[in-house]
Design a protein around this ligand. Structure first.
Ligand code: COA
Length: 182
């Protein structure tokens, strides 16, 4: 399922505190900015994003993050001035018509509406590209992500045998192939 990021038209949004933000596809030249944004993350945000302790990103990870495979990945960044302040992506889940999302906002920009803007754009892009469902695994303690998911229509269910994790799911397309809600 093709999910070319270059098809995504950049858009300007205004954060809840009045800052002008550009939401656009990630680019190969974003490697340094992506790394800088990661280094700005608190250890708590790193943990809630990766669900493990991550002290830094390898060159290979940075390359992968900024060179999404158009056949199965889609990645956006939010930029304030010349700084990347948030990023979000989805990747196709093998053997299904579903995709899995992740969203990260640097700490000093959290709570300004960027997570909502990015996840909305990801959800809409996945729907346009024909994915059936979008899902995300989040820590049960991650109330910010769970609330954001609920606001955007994701169900919030338990993971069998794992009380630490919740599965957020939104249906994008019904079994009849029609867009959900359409
Ligand atoms: C989770 C995260 C993506 C949310 O993004 P954000 O930009 O901070 O959230 P927004 O400002 O868009 O807020 C979206 C909703 O979540 C709520 N929310 C945001 N932060 C919250 C918090 N700390 N506690 C409770 N609710 C919170 C907001 O109130 C808002 O709901 P509203 O529309 O009713 O006001 C962001 O906090 C983050 O990057 N955390 C670290 C990485 C992570 O956990 N990623 C998710 C795993 S994939």
């Amino acid at each position: 399922m093709a999910a070319a990021v270059e098809d995504f038209a950049p858009r300007e949004i205004v954060s809840s505190r009045g800052a002008r933000i550009t939401v656009r596809a990630v680019r190969p030249e974003d490697e340094d900015g992506f790394h800088a944004a990661f280094l700005r993350l608190s250890s708590e945000s790193r943990y809630t994003r990766f669900m493990s302790v991550v002290r830094d990103l390898s060159e290979a990870t940075l390359h992968h993050a900024t060179h999404p495979d158009a056949t199965r990945e889609f990645a956006l960044v939010a930029v304030a001035g010349d700084q990347i302040v948030a990023g979000g992506r989805f990747v196709a889940v093998p053997e299904t018509s579903d995709c899995e999302f992740a969203v990260t906002v640097v700490d000093d920009w959290q709570g300004h509406g960027l997570g909502r803007a990015l996840l909305t754009a990801l959800r809409d892009a996945a729907a346009v590209r024909g994915y059936g469902r979008m899902e995300g695994y989040v820590l049960s303690t991650n109330l910010a992500m769970r609330k954001l998911g609920a606001r955007l229509g994701f169900s919030d269910g338990p993971m069998p045998g794992d009380a630490t994790t919740r599965l957020l799911v939104v249906v994008l397309r019904g079994d009849d192939g029609r867009a959900a809600g359409g």
